[in-house]
Design a protein around this ligand. Structure first.
Ligand code: FMN
Length: 181
């Protein structure tokens, strides 16, 4: 890795994001990987994308996967985030069942007790430098409205902090618009 690449990689750590786990494959080939590069991309139709390093086994698996799931981790699930970030992590449907999953009937399972999860059907695959974007069409989704997300920032896992704005960002009250910046 060049100095410029290292510097940019460090820059990306400044981007605070929810931590998710993507699961794909069947039987012994099933595996899970921790990601932060997840983004909802369209409401209608509902589409999401995950971005996987081209050198990872998960990238290889997703290329052939018709279905995959994304589970947004709840703050208490930080051990799972670490576990599924390790290339030698337990894999296979039996091991994942022991960790705790929700069987969705069709396609791979989602992680039990996640703050939210969704199940996708393959929509498109786009190569982007050293990563690949896997775009999925959302088939099912659910969330625990009271669950708090696990947050990654500058290489460390956090819980959400205090409210910063005086009111909800969806309510564009006039006093918010004329506030001093
Ligand atoms: C907090 C965190 C976020 C990560 N986000 C991503 C990501 O968005 N994309 C990615 O390719 N790898 C990401 N990783 C690394 C993968 O989890 C790891 O390389 C993968 O699980 C192991 O590779 P494998 O698929 O070869 O087993 C992240 C790791 C951590 C700890």
């Amino acid at each position: 890795m060049t100095d410029a690449t290292e510097t940019f990689r460090a820059w990306t750590g400044q981007w605070a994001s929810s931590v998710a786990v993507v699961i794909a494959g069947t039987g012994e080939e099933m595996r899970a990987a921790t990601i932060t590069a997840f983004v909802p991309v369209s409401f209608d139709p509902p589409l999401v994308a995950v971005f996987l390093n081209r050198g990872s086994q998960m990238n290889e698996l997703l290329r052939g996967a018709e279905r995959w799931t994304v589970s947004l981790l709840e703050v208490g699930q930080y051990r799972l985030a670490r576990h599924f970030a390790h290339p030698a992590c337990l894999t296979g449907s039996v091991e994942l069942e022991q960790i705790g999953v929700i069987d969705l009937g069709e396609g791979p399972p989602a992680l039990a007790n996640a703050a939210a999860w969704l199940s996708c059907a393959r929509e498109s695959i786009v190569e982007m430098g050293d990563h690949t974007a896997f775009v999925g069409s959302v088939m099912r989704h659910t969330r625990q409205p009271e669950a708090r997300p696990l947050i990654a920032w500058r290489g460390t896992l956090f819980r959400l902090g205090e409210v910063a704005a005086p009111s909800s960002w969806t309510a564009f009250a006039a006093d918010d618009l004329s506030a001093d910046f």
